[in-house]
Design a protein. Structure first.
Ligand SMILES: Cc1cc2nc3c(=O)[nH]c(=O)nc-3n(C[C@H](O)[C@H](O)[C@H](O)COP(=O)(O)OP(=O)(O)OC[C@H]3O[C@@H](n4cnc5c(N)ncnc54)[C@H](O)[C@@H]3O)c2cc1C
Length: 283
């Protein structure tokens, strides 16, 4: 039988103090990833710090500068069903809707998903394409890191830092966006998932951001295709031609589920589909 401590703070200040005082502590958000080691008795001696009662970590709110802030303890299900996110950040809502199954989405949280930093997780792709920032709090104060930096450097900071929220900057006027995914049939995560944001002015592409998850060892911005599309006519032919190009600089992952060639092929196909959807549905 596992033996571990448990504490359920109500404020951010209390949470940071507990983490500082207990180097053996471990945060619990939705508990999806933390429950497994408990079952296998690998958390003996730990202090579990449950974030569920910290109300400052919840909610989806518009900021005065037009950006939208999503609290770290917001469930992935709440992101999928948020009217605000579905209207203004559909790529994020679509990705949330495709995470696992209903039970997973009800428990799993935005902060837990980011901190777990699984290379096949869905949400990193829209966070990169939306140019989101991740807000942290710790004993050195409060600060933000752009998603591109966070996922490139690969996560974990000092023990007493927690993810507080994600800030989504207002997308470019009339930009279309989409997320498409090829599911791992057993794990449900993304063998490959692609998020796009596409803005046009006078028939020309003036903003394009494409981000890929699942296909490499970490999620990445697909700069090659962004460069190939920027300032080109906003047509299906342009998208098709760019998506069929070869991008040798990309470093795809291969494993027993999908070879590097297969993931490379999926990336090209899903990129084209996501761009077509973004083109067809400007905001
Ligand atoms: C059956 C199944 C299918 C799944 N399918 C998918 C899928 O298709 N796509 C997908 O993207 N994901 C999928 N997931 C992962 C799911 O989204 C996870 O639950 C999620 O990654 C972890 O979220 P959580 O809130 O449960 O975190 P927890 O398990 O509570 O925590 C995860 C880690 O993050 C740390 N942590 C939690 N919150 C914070 C915080 N605020 N600040 C700092 N550290 C924190 C914890 O200490 C722990 O190390 C699946 C999971 C399961 C069980």
């Amino acid at each position: 039988m596992s033996s571990f401590g448990y504490i359920s703070p109500q404020t951010l200040e209390e949470t940071i103090a507990v983490l500082g005082d207990h180097p053996e502590s471990r945060l619990v958000a939705g508990g999806n990833d933390v429950l497994l080691p408990i079952n296998h008795s690998r958390l003996i001696g730990s202090l579990l710090v449950d974030l569920r009662r910290v109300s400052a970590l919840r909610g989806i709110e518009r900021q005065t500068d037009g950006s939208v802030r999503v609290g770290a303890m917001t469930s992935i299900g709440a992101i999928a069903s948020s009217a605000l996110l579905r209207a203004e950040f559909p790529a994020l809502a679509q990705a949330a809707e495709l995470v696992g199954d209903a039970q997973v989405r009800n428990r799993a949280t935005l902060g837990g998903s980011i901190a777990a930093n699984d290379p096949e997780a869905d949400l990193p792709a829209p966070l990169l394409a939306l140019d989101a920032s991740i807000e942290f709090l710790g004993s050195r104060g409060r600060w933000r890191v752009r998603a591109s930096e966070f996922f490139r450097e690969s996560a974990a900071g000092p023990h007493d830092e927690i993810i507080v929220s994600v800030v989504l900057p207002r997308p470019p006027e009339h930009a279309g966006m989409a997320y498409v995914k090829f599911k791992h049939p057993a794990r449900l995560y993304a063998l490959c998932g692609v998020a796009t944001v596409l803005g046009t002015v006078n028939g020309q592409i003036d903003t394009v951001r494409v981000a890929v998850t699942g296909a490499a060892n970490r999620p990445f911005r697909f700069k090659g295709i962004e460069d190939a599309l920027l300032n080109r006519p906003a047509t299906a032919q342009t998208v098709n031609a760019a998506s069929s190009s070869v991008f040798p600089e990309l470093d795809f992952r291969g494993d027993i589920f999908a070879s590097t060639e297969y993931r490379s092929h999926l990336t090209a196909v899903l990129t084209r589909r996501a761009l077509e959807q973004a083109l067809a549905h400007p905001a």
